[in-house]
Design a protein around this ligand. Structure first.
Ligand code: AMP
Length: 190
């Protein structure tokens, strides 16, 4: 199954995506994790990414599309994948469609984890204290949410139009959210 996990920062995409990918036995490709790894290893990409990430800004589309194009070309992604944190702009969504189309493929399902803004800020500040993430200060959090609203939120309407969007309430415990996600995925397989 080929999925994109959509949702604002702090909605729990990472946690849910990891669990679902494991259950479906498909690779979980998180651009945020890849970039944090590149920063930690101080690669060229990492050095380039650091400034954008610490400000909560998005990296240029061509850089991200290049990384994901390489990742999706790996043989382990042939039978399916779960993308987390990509696409984040319409240009990235179109690039992904083209990439999949060129190999006769398409997305099966795009779960959207919906969580209200105040709850998101609360969660993100809590996570900042727990994990010490450099991009989780209050100003940067607000900026990331602004960018989400302006650039990523429109993807929901786009995927709805493609008939693959499925909105899931992201409030509640991780287990409760996962149950909702699982039932949407099961309905898709059935
Ligand atoms: P995340 O862990 O998904 O919230 O990503 C952390 C940061 O990595 C983002 O705030 C961006 O700076 C960068 N990033 C991750 N995915 C993308 C993407 N698809 N396009 C541009 N920048 C990205």
């Amino acid at each position: 199954m080929k999925l994109v996990m959509l949702g604002p920062p702090g909605a729990g995409k990472g946690t849910q995506a990891k669990r679902l990918a494991k259950a479906l036995d498909i690779p979980h490709l998180s651009t945020g994790d890849m970039l944090r790894d590149a920063v930690a290893r101080a690669t060229d990409l990492g050095r380039q990414a650091e400034g954008y990430m610490s400000k909560g800004e998005l990296l240029p589309d061509d850089v991200i599309v290049g990384i994901m194009g390489d990742a999706l070309a790996e043989s382990r992604c042939v039978k399916g994948f779960l993308l987390d944190g990509f696409p984040r702009t319409m240009a990235q969504a179109e690039a992904l469609d083209q990439l999949l189309e060129s190999r006769g493929d398409r997305l099966d399902l795009v779960p959207l984890l919906a969580v209200g803004e105040e709850e998101l800020v609360k969660r993100l500040l809590g996570r900042a204290r727990l994990e010490g993430r450099a991009d989780d200060t209050e100003d940067v959090i607000r900026r990331r949410l602004e960018i989400y609203t302006a650039q990523t939120k429109p993807l929901a309407a786009y995927y709805r139009g493609c008939g693959v969007l499925s909105e899931i309430a992201g409030e509640g415990t991780p287990d409760e959210v996962y149950e909702r996600l699982e039932s949407v995925v099961k309905a898709q397989v059935a």
